[in-house]
Design a protein around this ligand. Structure first.
Ligand SMILES: Cc1ncc(COP(=O)(O)O)c(C=O)c1O
Length: 293
């Protein structure tokens, strides 16, 4: 088998990352603990969102957010047809109906004008998707949400480090980032929920760990009582520290673009439409792969 000339999204793991995982393994605290706390704090620092919750995946986060928002049978959720199946699966699994909105051929993302005609009195949530590291045009989407009193959850699986109008994604609203192996920053598997809504954050934090008000790390560090009170039935969607630590090593590097490296944003700023840039990249991959065989 020929080796890929330019592999798509190969994770960048260096010796420092490997050592940091070994250090966590030796520390005696390998599941959710100090590295999760550090990751959540760094994400809040970067995004400006006061609440960050590290999770086992963005998919798990979507499940919890839908439940925490009380989305269920009889409800409609608008989301783009160009997305990953996990979002649609979660909407369906909580008993709601996914309503697909089209994307723009140039940006590969949806917009407020496409969403508005799909709104009915059953619409309970809009989940637009930031695509491939580029940002949605958020202002009109939030304005639409306000006009109809429908909340927005940004699917920011591809958008950790992405900016909109000079502010990082997560600076407003509620977002779900993915740190899966092929994402901008990886923890192998993982997701991070950010929000400005303290109540929603509390619900997600509780639901991610059996519906308990506290987890083992809370009890260890804060000595909180009662030891284990099940506030409501919950899940087991927490991120282990051996994963969380991987994002910490990459954090500074990935949030600062190397000088002169053209990003998708800078290419689009040059006047190239995003789909043209993407088509060009696909074409480049095709010819380089063909050349390499
Ligand atoms: C647009 C989008 N949303 C959600 C997800 C789910 O992320 P995760 O794999 O962390 O569950 C992905 C993953 O590829 C994605 O591309």
């Amino acid at each position: 088998m020929s080796q890929s000339f330019l592999p798509l999204c190969r994770p960048a793991v260096d010796e420092q990352d490997i050592q940091s995982v070994v250090d966590v393994l030796r520390s005696g605290w390998i599941t959710t603990g100090p590295k999760n706390a550090e990751l959540e704090s760094k994400i809040s620092q970067h995004t400006g969102a006061p609440h960050s919750v590290a999770l086992s995946s963005a998919t798990a986060g979507m499940h919890l957010v839908l439940l925490a928002m009380g989305i269920g049978p009889g409800d409609e959720v608008i989301t783009p047809s160009l997305t990953w199946v996990s979002t649609v699966n979660m909407i369906t699994l909580v008993g709601a109906k996914p309503v697909f909105v089209d994307v723009d051929a140039d940006t590969l993302m949806t917009d407020a004008a496409k969403i508005e005609p799909l709104i009915t009195d059953k619409t309970k949530l809009i989940i637009p998707v930031h695509y491939a590291g580029a940002a949605l045009d958020l202002d009109p989407i939030y304005a639409l949400g306000e006009k109809y009193n429908i909340p927005v959850i940004e699917d920011a699986a591809h958008a950790l480090g992405t900016e909109y109008k000079g502010q990082p994604i997560g600076h407003r609203g509620s977002c779900l980032f993915s740190t899966h192996a092929i994402k901008n920053v990886t923890t192998a598997e993982g997701g991070i929920f950010t929000t400005h809504d303290a109540e929603l954050a509390d619900k997600v934090r509780r639901l991610k760990f059996h519906g308990l008000g506290v987890d083992a790390f809370d009890r260890e560090t804060q000595g909180r009582a009662p030891q284990a009170e099940v506030v409501e039935p919950g899940f087991k969607y927490n991120m282990p520290d051996i994963c969380a630590v991987l994002a910490l090593g990459r954090w500074i590097v990935s949030m600062t673009s190397p000088p002169n490296a053209p990003s998708l944003h800078s290419l689009t700023a040059l006047g190239l439409s995003q789909s043209k840039v993407l088509r060009h990249l696909v074409w480049l991959l095709t010819i380089t792969n063909t050349a390499g065989t």
